[in-house]
Write a protein that binds this ligand. Sequence first.
Ligand code: ADE
Length: 225
Amino acid sequence: MRIDILTIFPKMFDPVLNESIIKRAQAKGKVKIYVHDSRDYTLDKHRKVDDRPFGGGSGMVMRPEPIFNCVEAIRRKAKKAKIILLTPQGKTLNQNTAKKLSRLSHLILICGHYEGIDERVRIKLADKEISIGDYVLTGGELPAMVLIDAIVRLIPGVLGDKNSLNFESFEGNLLEYPHYTRPANFRKMDVPEILLSGDHNKIEAWRRMQALKRTKARRPDLLKQ
Ligand code: ADE
Protein backbone atom coordinates (compact mmCIF):
# COMPACT_ATOMS: atom_id res chain seq x y z
CA MET A 1 0.00 0.00 0.00
CA ARG A 2 1.04 3.59 -0.61
CA ILE A 3 -0.17 6.53 1.49
CA ASP A 4 0.43 10.19 0.61
CA ILE A 5 -0.33 12.86 3.19
CA LEU A 6 -0.94 16.54 2.36
CA THR A 7 -0.35 18.81 5.32
CA ILE A 8 0.94 22.22 6.33
CA PHE A 9 2.62 20.61 9.38
CA PRO A 10 4.73 17.77 7.95
CA LYS A 11 6.96 17.55 11.03
CA MET A 12 4.00 16.45 13.15
CA PHE A 13 4.15 13.08 11.40
CA ASP A 14 7.81 12.28 12.15
CA PRO A 15 7.40 10.73 15.60
CA VAL A 16 4.37 8.64 14.64
CA LEU A 17 5.71 7.31 11.34
CA ASN A 18 9.13 6.55 12.77
CA GLU A 19 8.14 4.41 15.74
CA SER A 20 6.76 1.02 16.55
CA ILE A 21 4.54 -0.96 14.18
CA ILE A 22 4.15 1.75 11.53
CA LYS A 23 7.92 2.07 11.33
CA ARG A 24 8.31 -1.70 11.04
CA ALA A 25 5.57 -1.95 8.39
CA GLN A 26 7.52 0.52 6.25
CA ALA A 27 10.81 -1.29 6.85
CA LYS A 28 9.16 -4.56 5.77
CA GLY A 29 7.89 -2.88 2.59
CA LYS A 30 4.21 -3.37 3.54
CA VAL A 31 3.46 0.35 3.23
CA LYS A 32 5.17 3.37 1.72
CA ILE A 33 4.22 6.68 3.35
CA TYR A 34 5.04 10.08 1.83
CA VAL A 35 4.41 13.37 3.65
CA HIS A 36 3.95 16.43 1.42
CA ASP A 37 4.16 20.01 2.66
CA SER A 38 1.28 21.90 0.94
CA ARG A 39 3.44 25.04 1.04
CA ASP A 40 5.78 23.43 -1.51
CA TYR A 41 2.88 23.46 -3.98
CA THR A 42 2.04 27.16 -3.74
CA LEU A 43 2.94 29.37 -6.70
CA ASP A 44 3.07 32.79 -4.98
CA LYS A 45 6.18 34.19 -3.38
CA HIS A 46 4.68 34.25 0.14
CA ARG A 47 3.77 30.56 -0.12
CA LYS A 48 0.30 31.30 1.21
CA VAL A 49 -1.78 28.24 2.09
CA ASP A 50 -4.82 30.13 3.44
CA ASP A 51 -6.87 33.23 2.72
CA ARG A 52 -9.87 35.20 3.96
CA PRO A 53 -13.32 33.71 3.32
CA PHE A 54 -15.41 35.13 0.49
CA GLY A 55 -18.55 36.65 1.98
CA GLY A 56 -16.68 37.69 5.12
CA GLY A 57 -16.58 36.13 8.54
CA SER A 58 -13.88 35.17 10.99
CA GLY A 59 -10.98 32.80 10.42
CA MET A 60 -9.11 31.71 7.34
CA VAL A 61 -9.88 29.16 4.65
CA MET A 62 -7.35 26.83 3.09
CA ARG A 63 -6.68 27.77 -0.53
CA PRO A 64 -7.53 25.17 -3.19
CA GLU A 65 -4.47 25.77 -5.39
CA PRO A 66 -1.68 24.07 -3.38
CA ILE A 67 -3.94 21.10 -2.65
CA PHE A 68 -4.94 20.60 -6.31
CA ASN A 69 -1.31 21.04 -7.42
CA CYS A 70 -0.06 18.47 -4.94
CA VAL A 71 -2.77 15.90 -5.72
CA GLU A 72 -2.12 16.30 -9.45
CA ALA A 73 1.62 15.82 -8.95
CA ILE A 74 1.01 12.59 -7.00
CA ARG A 75 -1.58 11.35 -9.51
CA ARG A 76 0.77 11.82 -12.44
CA LYS A 77 2.82 8.97 -10.98
CA ALA A 78 0.06 6.92 -9.36
CA LYS A 79 -3.35 7.13 -10.99
CA LYS A 80 -5.60 4.91 -8.90
CA ALA A 81 -5.43 6.71 -5.58
CA LYS A 82 -8.51 7.14 -3.37
CA ILE A 83 -8.58 10.63 -1.86
CA ILE A 84 -9.73 11.05 1.74
CA LEU A 85 -10.41 14.39 3.38
CA LEU A 86 -10.12 14.43 7.18
CA THR A 87 -12.88 16.66 8.53
CA PRO A 88 -15.30 16.70 11.47
CA GLN A 89 -18.04 16.74 8.81
CA GLY A 90 -17.05 13.31 7.51
CA LYS A 91 -18.40 9.83 8.25
CA THR A 92 -17.21 8.63 11.65
CA LEU A 93 -14.33 6.17 11.39
CA ASN A 94 -14.97 2.64 12.60
CA GLN A 95 -13.21 -0.73 12.36
CA ASN A 96 -15.20 -1.73 9.31
CA THR A 97 -14.12 1.34 7.34
CA ALA A 98 -10.50 0.80 8.44
CA LYS A 99 -10.70 -2.77 7.18
CA LYS A 100 -12.09 -1.74 3.78
CA LEU A 101 -9.44 0.97 3.36
CA SER A 102 -6.64 -1.43 4.34
CA ARG A 103 -7.39 -3.44 1.18
CA LEU A 104 -6.76 -0.50 -1.18
CA SER A 105 -3.44 0.05 -2.93
CA HIS A 106 -3.14 3.84 -2.64
CA LEU A 107 -4.63 6.51 -0.37
CA ILE A 108 -4.12 10.27 -0.44
CA LEU A 109 -5.00 11.92 2.88
CA ILE A 110 -5.77 15.64 2.92
CA CYS A 111 -5.50 17.33 6.33
CA GLY A 112 -7.80 20.33 6.66
CA HIS A 113 -7.08 23.32 8.91
CA TYR A 114 -8.15 26.73 10.15
CA GLU A 115 -11.86 27.40 9.80
CA GLY A 116 -12.10 25.05 6.87
CA ILE A 117 -11.01 24.15 3.43
CA ASP A 118 -12.17 25.61 0.11
CA GLU A 119 -15.32 23.71 -0.84
CA ARG A 120 -13.96 22.94 -4.32
CA VAL A 121 -11.44 20.55 -2.76
CA ARG A 122 -14.31 18.62 -1.23
CA ILE A 123 -16.43 18.67 -4.39
CA LYS A 124 -13.77 17.90 -6.96
CA LEU A 125 -11.07 15.90 -5.17
CA ALA A 126 -12.40 14.03 -2.14
CA ASP A 127 -13.70 10.50 -2.74
CA LYS A 128 -14.48 10.14 0.94
CA GLU A 129 -14.64 12.37 4.03
CA ILE A 130 -13.72 10.88 7.38
CA SER A 131 -14.10 12.18 10.93
CA ILE A 132 -12.50 10.43 13.91
CA GLY A 133 -15.28 11.44 16.30
CA ASP A 134 -17.76 14.12 17.29
CA TYR A 135 -15.30 16.70 18.59
CA VAL A 136 -13.30 19.40 16.84
CA LEU A 137 -9.51 19.28 16.67
CA THR A 138 -7.21 22.04 15.45
CA GLY A 139 -6.50 20.18 12.22
CA GLY A 140 -6.67 16.96 10.27
CA GLU A 141 -3.12 15.83 11.16
CA LEU A 142 -3.96 13.84 14.30
CA PRO A 143 -7.03 12.29 12.58
CA ALA A 144 -4.78 11.29 9.62
CA MET A 145 -2.37 9.61 12.05
CA VAL A 146 -5.23 7.80 13.76
CA LEU A 147 -6.52 6.60 10.40
CA ILE A 148 -3.06 5.45 9.27
CA ASP A 149 -2.51 3.54 12.51
CA ALA A 150 -5.92 1.84 12.26
CA ILE A 151 -5.29 0.87 8.61
CA VAL A 152 -1.63 -0.13 8.63
CA ARG A 153 -1.98 -2.69 11.42
CA LEU A 154 -4.63 -4.47 9.31
CA ILE A 155 -2.40 -4.92 6.26
CA PRO A 156 -1.57 -8.64 6.05
CA GLY A 157 1.88 -9.41 7.46
CA VAL A 158 2.18 -6.21 9.50
CA LEU A 159 1.27 -7.71 12.87
CA GLY A 160 3.25 -10.79 13.79
CA ASP A 161 0.52 -12.91 15.34
CA LYS A 162 -2.51 -13.45 13.05
CA ASN A 163 -4.65 -14.50 16.01
CA SER A 164 -4.24 -11.14 17.70
CA LEU A 165 -6.44 -9.65 14.98
CA ASN A 166 -9.14 -12.30 15.37
CA PHE A 167 -9.89 -11.71 19.03
CA GLU A 168 -9.51 -7.99 19.45
CA SER A 169 -12.18 -5.43 20.25
CA PHE A 170 -14.83 -4.85 17.55
CA GLU A 171 -14.04 -8.14 15.84
CA GLY A 172 -17.52 -9.69 15.49
CA ASN A 173 -18.93 -6.52 17.09
CA LEU A 174 -17.63 -7.48 20.55
CA LEU A 175 -15.30 -5.70 22.94
CA GLU A 176 -12.26 -7.65 24.04
CA TYR A 177 -12.16 -10.06 27.01
CA PRO A 178 -9.95 -9.19 30.03
CA HIS A 179 -6.24 -10.02 29.91
CA TYR A 180 -3.91 -11.11 32.71
CA THR A 181 -0.20 -11.87 32.96
CA ARG A 182 2.23 -12.93 35.71
CA PRO A 183 2.16 -12.84 38.69
CA ALA A 184 -0.98 -14.93 39.37
CA ASN A 185 -1.43 -13.09 42.66
CA PHE A 186 -0.63 -9.37 42.66
CA ARG A 187 -1.33 -7.22 45.74
CA LYS A 188 -3.92 -9.73 46.89
CA MET A 189 -5.66 -9.72 43.48
CA ASP A 190 -5.96 -13.17 41.92
CA VAL A 191 -6.07 -14.08 38.25
CA PRO A 192 -9.35 -15.93 37.45
CA GLU A 193 -8.65 -19.59 38.17
CA ILE A 194 -9.93 -20.83 34.83
CA LEU A 195 -7.04 -19.08 33.05
CA LEU A 196 -4.58 -21.20 35.06
CA SER A 197 -6.47 -24.45 34.37
CA GLY A 198 -4.83 -25.26 31.03
CA ASP A 199 -8.27 -26.28 29.65
CA HIS A 200 -8.32 -24.38 26.36
CA ASN A 201 -11.97 -25.06 25.52
CA LYS A 202 -13.12 -23.75 28.89
CA ILE A 203 -10.83 -20.75 28.61
CA GLU A 204 -12.22 -19.89 25.20
CA ALA A 205 -15.82 -20.17 26.46
CA TRP A 206 -14.97 -17.99 29.48
CA ARG A 207 -13.37 -15.35 27.28
CA ARG A 208 -16.34 -15.25 24.93
CA MET A 209 -18.73 -14.87 27.87
CA GLN A 210 -16.60 -12.05 29.30
CA ALA A 211 -16.53 -10.30 25.93
CA LEU A 212 -20.32 -10.56 25.67
CA LYS A 213 -20.89 -9.30 29.23
CA ARG A 214 -18.52 -6.42 28.74
CA THR A 215 -20.11 -5.42 25.44
CA LYS A 216 -23.60 -5.62 26.93
CA ALA A 217 -22.56 -3.41 29.88
CA ARG A 218 -20.51 -0.84 28.00
CA ARG A 219 -21.59 -0.84 24.36
CA PRO A 220 -25.06 -2.40 23.99
CA ASP A 221 -25.32 -0.56 20.65
CA LEU A 222 -22.71 -2.95 19.21
CA LEU A 223 -24.82 -6.02 20.05
CA LYS A 224 -27.81 -4.54 18.24
CA GLN A 225 -25.74 -4.29 15.06
N1 ADE B 1 -10.40 17.97 11.86
C1 ADE B 1 -10.77 18.62 12.99
N2 ADE B 1 -11.48 17.81 13.79
C2 ADE B 1 -11.55 16.60 13.16
C3 ADE B 1 -12.16 15.36 13.48
N3 ADE B 1 -12.83 15.17 14.62
N4 ADE B 1 -12.04 14.35 12.59
C4 ADE B 1 -11.38 14.55 11.43
N5 ADE B 1 -10.80 15.69 11.08
C5 ADE B 1 -10.89 16.72 11.93
